[in-house]
Design a protein around this ligand. Structure first.
Ligand SMILES: C[S@@+](CC[C@H](N)C(=O)[O-])C[C@H]1O[C@@H](n2cnc3c(N)ncnc32)[C@H](O)[C@@H]1O
Length: 436
């Protein structure tokens, strides 16, 4: 099948005095007829389908992606040539074949029926043009540039970048409430776009010791920053005091960002804070972050999984020693795993963790690494076999925060050819399988 224009859905029309009227169509439940099923159509279909339109595609051949959408029941596909009368019942039409005469006939039929029609090979000869558009945070932005498609696409991209970076503020000022934001492991660039945006809208920021401090430097002076570790209560009361602080400020009508290191829900007590706020009737937004358990090893060159090497990884808290009556960790079971073990909060008791793993079957020579201050300028990476890692870390003066990685992934050599087993599925195989 010939596709008129692979990269630009509508050829730039010469600048003219035609000024299309930008409008939002409510296509929910309404018939849209698309003639053609090449790559232009493939790119248009997701938004049409997302709008709720009942999309009928007619073309003698279709790309595999268009066919897949039909198989999934998201569109109707008729594999045949266009015939006069095909626009029957349509509210909107797209003429996207590689044959100018067919596209012209589709536009003519649309004209006769009084429905708007986009013409892909010659925008100015259609009665509608598709704006370069983007959905962001509940907004839909559309750009038309007198048929200059590259220009509208470029402006659309600039708007998106500006929205993402906060240069254009898209958000309604958030109402009172709390956002639990994961700040990532330390490098301020590793917070999510949403996290950074909400931080920029905060009235109050309650910050943990391990949250990236550099993010606070960007805050305007009006923002009250509260260091959670300095909230004046006894040690045992600390979490309750933090919860009370969040609730109290939100009740005073403020938007509070609770900025945490890594991900709030990975050994971050995020859910305790969420429950406390929910019990007090305070709305809570959760913004996940890059957890140090995965991000720190990755940046140090250690993947927690690798095809053909490990099919599992487990993240374990070391805040209690093995055998402690309150410990919920099944150390013998973890020792029996063949995959990667990531230990957090484990610097102090690293010797005890290595011993319990070895005593329960993990090989004493298993590669291990400890990474201190990961993703920051002060990052230190130390590798040693499991049997020696505790002594070596002590010798080197390793101190928290640090993550420990145990398993074959530690010794992967990025310069060596991958040791993949051919029989293992790649992600797309798995996706295809689960789609079947
Ligand atoms: C209370 S837990 C919080 C984990 C956090 N919620 C996360 O998802 O990364 C603190 C532990 O995270 C790990 N950690 C946090 N930041 C780190 C960093 N930059 N480098 C190495 N380990 C880090 C250390 O194991 C530290 O003891």
């Amino acid at each position: 099948m010939t596709d008129p224009i692979a990269s630009d859905p509508e050829t730039p029309a010469p600048a003219s005095d035609r000024r299309p009227y930008l409008v939002g169509l409510d296509l929910d439940g309404r018939r849209v007829v698309v003639i053609g099923a090449g790559t232009v159509v493939q790119r248009r279909l997701p938004l049409l389908v997302a709008s709720g339109a009942r999309v009928r595609v007619i073309a003698p051949e279709a790309t595999p992606a268009v066919e897949a959408m039909a198989t999934e029941g998201r569109i109707e596909l008729e594999l045949r040539e266009y015939r006069g009368g095909d626009l029957e019942g349509g509210w909107y039409a797209l003429a996207c074949t590689g044959e100018p005469e067919i596209n012209a006939a589709v536009v003519a039929e649309a004209e006769e029926r009084g429905i708007f029609c986009v013409r892909a090979d010659s925008a100015r000869e259609g009665s509608a043009v598709t704006p370069a558009s983007v959905d962001y945070d509940g907004l839909t932005v559309g750009v038309l540039a007198s048929g200059e498609h590259r220009r509208s696409a470029a402006v659309r991209s600039s708007i998106l970048t500006a929205l993402r970076s906060g240069v254009i503020d898209s958000a309604e000022p958030p109402g009172p409430g709390v956002a639990l934001v994961g700040g990532g492991p330390g490098d301020p660039d590793l917070i999510t776009v949403r996290g950074r945006r909400l931080l920029g809208l905060a009235d109050v920021v309650v910050v943990d010791r391990l949250a990236p401090g550099a993010l606070l430097e960007e805050l305007p002076n009006r923002v009250e920053v509260i260091d959670a570790s300095k909230i004046p209560y006894g040690r045992a009361m600390a979490q309750e005091a933090i919860n009370d602080t969040l609730i109290e400020h939100a009740r005073r009508g403020r938007f509070v960002v609770r900025l945490k290191g890594g991900d709030p829900m990975v050994f971050g007590r995020g859910y305790e804070e969420l429950l406390a706020c929910a019990a007090a009737g305070i709305p809570v937004t959760v913004v996940p972050g890059i957890t140090s358990s995965i991000g720190v090893p990755a940046i140090a060159g250690i993947p927690v999984t690798h095809r053909g090497v490990t099919h599992e990884f487990v993240v374990v808290s070391g805040h209690l020693p093995p055998g402690h009556p309150e410990s919920l960790v099944n150390w013998p079971a973890i020792a029996q795993l063949s995959g990667t073990i990531v230990l957090m909060m484990a610097v102090e008791r690293l010797g005890a963790f290595a011993d319990v793993l070895i005593a329960n079957g993990r090989d004493v020579g298993t590669p291990a690494a400890i990474i201190q201050d990961g993703t920051t300028d002060g990052q230190i990476v130390l590798r040693a076999p499991l049997g020696d890692i505790a002594a070596r870390a002590k010798e080197a003066g390793i101190r928290p925060p640090a993550v420990v990685v145990i398993g074959a992934v530690v010794d992967l050599d990025p310069t060596a050819a991958s040791g993949r087993a051919e029989s293992e599925p790649v992600e797309s195989d798995v996706a295809a399988e689960s789609a079947n």
